[in-house]
Design a protein around this ligand. Structure first.
Ligand SMILES: *[C@@H]1O[C@H](CO)[C@@H](O)[C@H](O)[C@H]1NC(C)=O
Ligand SMILES: *[C@@H]1O[C@H](CO)[C@@H](O)[C@H](O)[C@H]1NC(C)=O
Ligand SMILES: *[C@@H]1O[C@H](CO)[C@@H](O)[C@H](O)[C@H]1NC(C)=O
Length: 477
């Protein structure tokens, strides 16, 4: 039997998502019942009390003149206790009064029929109840949901690859870089003969270190190779996929409380920081729900990643080459690649719309999608500039509020002496799973779903230019 993933993790560090969310659900229901039912009932009752005293005095005097009874506002006619009971007693006293007056003087009775009391709670109580309800529900979800507290700004360390596997991944990357370099050299010769000039991305492959991309990732370019759009071999990708399926998927699923199927890599690449070339990366945040970073080399000086909540920087490598394997992962509620009738929601509410970090990322993506539509045509949400500003504001507000409630911590989840056992345990569990069922839709997506921008509703806004240029590669996956 497979040993659960917790076996070699430090005891009780990770939350029990199911139990916590169950407790949270109960607390939320009790809170809602309190503010919607109990509070209005009790508060109305307390507010009515002074009048109640009045009524009882009047009731004591048994001069039950029909005229007075019918003209007395019904609240005074009987001590009222909250909405339901009051409604009932009103009805009774009114009809009684009507009956009596009808007997005496029907014309007068019409005028004196008391206006029916609206069966509602006084406005101030309603206002307090609504506000109280919203504030306490928000506070509970923010402080009790592990999706908002424990993982939202957490950094977690787990062994994913052995030293030998790291070396293998470096070798694989070097081979891909060599293919890039040869291609660029050929292209350069061809261009020289044809009297053309190389485009910048082709030219950059010939800069040091040769064969590596230099211009990806916008304002924070890294020296890297993407595992799909750069020439990695199919057999090497199969090897990598197995490692990711066996180890990364169950680990992320456990740490972040997500089904594996909700995890989709949007960019996976090997980065190198060379002391002699590009040696560091400025303070920045990633456009991803989850980022992973696997250190592949150890023969360098300096380097490392430094964090301030979401912000982080790649520290200067002062000697040698530091290589890391990086993944920017999206957490999807809906599979952006599935057909419409099959776009099953994969995330529960706590992990999606009630998780502020998740919502913040989605609104940031929605904002980028609006900008993209503005530049490339296409209409959604009326292409309204106020909607655009709203999306950006929401993303920022949610991030700031999320920062406030989330714990920023760095946790080493597996003791160094347990690293090998942890990895073997995961591999064994994976082999057993492979024998039982081979349901690909239940798996994380590492390769096929890369390099797209999504909109708020999970639809694809745009494919990256590198994905469009590598259509065939993606078709093969
Ligand atoms: C990586 O490549 C080097 C040099 O070619 C070789 O000596 C080494 O055995 C390779 N390592 C692995 C794990 O394939
Ligand atoms: C650069 O040129 C090469 C051919 O020389 C071409 O395959 C590639 O798509 C071009 N890249 C861009 C970004 O235009
Ligand atoms: C990085 O950015 C964060 C957030 O803006 C800031 O708090 C931190 O001081 C910055 N670090 C450096 C070294 O500039």
């Amino acid at each position: 039997m497979a040993v659960p993933i917790d076996t070699y993790m430090e005891a009780n560090v990770l939350p029990n998502y199911e139990a916590k969310c169950m407790v949270l659900s109960v607390v939320v229901i009790v809170t809602a019942v309190f503010w919607v039912v109990i509070f209005p009932y009790v508060a109305s009752r307390l507010l009515m009390e002074p009048e109640e005293v009045d009524t009882s005095k009047k009731k004591d005097t048994p001069s039950t003149d029909t005229a007075t009874t019918s003209s007395t506002p019904s609240t005074k006619a009987k001590p009222s206790n909250g909405m339901k009971r009051r409604g009932k007693s009103n009805k009774k006293s009114t009809t009684d009064a009507n009956k009596k007056t009808t007997q005496k003087d029907p014309s007068q009775a019409k005028d004196e029929t008391p206006p029916p009391e609206p069966p509602s709670v006084p406005l101030p109580i309603l206002a307090v109840a609504s506000l109280g309800c919203m504030v306490s529900l928000f506070y509970e979800v923010m402080t009790m949901s592990p999706y908002n507290t424990f993982v939202a700004r957490g950094v977690f360390q787990v062994p994913i690859l052995t030293a030998l596997e790291c070396e293998q991944l470096i070798n694989i990357s070097m081979a891909a870089a060599k293919i890039n370099q040869d291609m660029a050299l050929q292209e350069q010769q061809r261009a020289e003969i044809a009297g053309e000039s190389l485009n910048r991305s082709m030219e950059s492959l010939l800069w040091e270190p040769k064969g590596w991309q230099k211009l990806r990732h916008g304002n924070y370019p890294t020296t890297d190779l993407n595992v799909i759009t750069d020439p990695f071999q199919k057999k090497d990708l199969d090897w990598l996929q197995e490692k990711l399926d066996a180890r990364l998927a169950p680990t992320l699923s456990r740490i972040y409380g997500l089904p594996e199927s909700a995890i989709r890599a949007n960019d996976m690449f090997v980065v190198r920081y060379d002391a002699d070339f590009r040696a560091k990366l400025e303070n920045h945040t990633d456009d991803s729900d989850i980022s992973i970073n696997v250190l592949l080399t150890d023969d360098f000086e300096g380097g490392g990643t430094r964090f301030w909540k979401l912000n982080h920087e790649g520290m200067q490598t002062t000697k040698g080459t530091r290589m890391i394997f990086v993944g920017f992962l999206g957490v999807d509620r809906i599979d952006p690649f599935a057909k419409d009738d099959n776009r099953k929601p994969k995330l529960n509410l706590w992990a999606s719309w009630l998780s502020l970090p998740w919502v913040s990322t989605k609104f940031k993506e929605a904002y980028s999608s609006m900008i993209h539509r503005k530049e490339h045509g296409g209409v959604k949400y009326g292409n309204n500039k106020y909607v655009e500003a709203l999306f950006l504001d929401l993303a920022n507000v949610f991030q700031i509020v999320g920062d406030f409630f989330a714990v920023h911590h760095v946790k080493n989840l597996v003791a160094p002496e347990n690293a090998d056992r942890f990895i073997n345990n995961l591999d064994e569990a994976y082999r057993e799973r492979q024998q039982k069922e081979v349901d690909d839709t239940a798996k994380a997506t590492w390769f096929a779903g890369q390099q797209v921008d999504l909109d708020l509703d999970g639809t694809i806004t745009a494919e990256w230019s590198t994905r469009r240029a590598s259509k065939n590669r993606f078709m093969e996956l």
